[in-house]
Design a protein around this ligand. Structure first.
Ligand code: NAI
Ligand code: MG
Length: 334
């Protein structure tokens, strides 16, 4: 029996989290879900964005599946997500971007994984108004965090027999900050002589990705570039509804989709549940339930390639719940 924290979140969060929960249960995994609420609805009712119960649950279970959260302006938080990542030193943000056959997209063989440093960079949130006409933000890069994310990416490459890692930076301009990040990645790469390190400047990387994404396998980068590249990469495989993610530290992990709370489609039962379902599959992999994780991947792939029960963003007309039921059906017959 696994104890897992479940945070439904805001907007489409509760709809897609409910799908992921059903799918995980359909694998036969025995889970004791600790359902705790955080986000804008809690804030409206109780005046706090994250009640203590949420922290306690995450700290006890060390593993969480989380829906997207809208951080209201004026709540004193810049972003709940950024705060959780920093508080628990969930230093690697891992996003899997993979072509799912049947999805209408110009590329057929995208299979890459992004390791984004998750605790510093321009996300440090140190911003200052200088005058009515100017403001500044401070970008923090440390050796410690840079070495950790580099090590995580190289370890992953080694474990999965990959022979190339691409580091994305702008050290030609930001010589001290991105320069330090790049130096750290180079340092770690020396410990892995069988893995080639490719260095690319972020603007060139954007062009390379939209022209020929299959040339990349593993990307390691700083916080902001990783955020931007993740959405770009989601676009290469059919959109935000398909890309899962995880925030992983040394002994704790929070799994969540790349997308946000999508207020434009919330409450209509039309959101694509795939991204959060696949985040759930990443979670099962993380706890060692590889077979059950693969069952989810197969169920999702089969449902999407059949194309009968898919949501609008994928060109179909099914609801979130219909697509979820179809995935379960497929999982049970695989
Ligand atoms: P968003 O990802 O919520 O939406 C961008 C576009 O993609 C929208 O048109 C939306 O309808 C579509 N989309 C997103 N997920 C989809 C899905 N599963 N199925 C179908 N279409 C989908 O990004 P946006 O609008 O910039 O942010 C909305 C809110 O979400 C903001 O308050 C933001 O702060 C928050 N957010 C939270 C995140 C988190 O909790 N990890 C991550 C990103 C944003
Ligand atoms: Mg983002």
């Amino acid at each position: 029996m696994y104890n897992i924290t479940l945070i439904p979140g805001d907007g489409i969060g509760p709809e897609v989290i409910s799908s992921a929960k059903k799918i995980i249960e359909a694998t036969g995994l025995k889970v004791n879900w600790d359902i705790v609420n955080a986000g804008i609805n809690v804030y409206k009712k109780k005046g706090v964005l994250i009640p203590n119960k949420v922290f306690e649950s995450i700290e006890k279970n060390k593993i969480a599946l989380k829906g997207p959260i809208t951080t209201p302006i004026g709540s004193g938080f810049r972003s709940i997500n950024v705060m959780l990542r920093k508080k628990y030193d969930l230093f690697s943000n891992v996003r899997i971007v993979k072509t799912i056959p049947g999805v209408n997209s110009p590329f057929k063989n995208v299979n890459l994984i992004i390791f984004r440093e998750n605790t510093e960079g321009l996300y440090s949130g140190i911003e200052k108004k200088i005058s009515d006409n100017s403001a500044e933000a401070i970008k923090i890069i440390t050796k410690n965090a840079s070495l950790k994310i580099a090590k995580t990416a190289f370890n992953y490459a080694k474990k999965n027999n990959k022979n190339k890692i691409t580091v994305v930076h702008k050290a030609n301009i930001m010589k001290l900050t991105d320069g330090l990040f790049l130096d750290c990645v180079r340092k770690i790469s020396k410990e892995y002589p069988d893995i080639k390190l490719q260095e690319i400047i972020v603007d060139n990387m954007c062009m390379q990705l939209v022209m020929n994404p299959s040339q990349f396998e593993i990307i390691v980068t700083t916080n902001l570039y990783g955020d931007i590249l993740s959405d770009l990469c989601a676009g290469l495989v059919g959109g935000l509804g398909l890309v899962p993610g995880a925030n992983i530290g040394n002994n704790m992990a929070i799994f969540e989709a790349v997308h946000g709370s999508a207020p434009d489609i919330a409450g209509k039962n039309i959101a694509n549940p795939t991204a959060i379902i696949l985040s759930g599959a990443m979670m099962l992999n993380y706890i060692g339930e590889t077979k059950k994780s693969n069952l989810i991947l197969d169920g999702v792939s089969k449902t999407i390639s059949e194309g009968k029960y898919i949501t609008r963003d994928l060109g179909g007309s099914s609801s979130t719940t219909e697509m979820t039921e179809a995935i379960i059906e497929n999982m049970l017959t695989i």
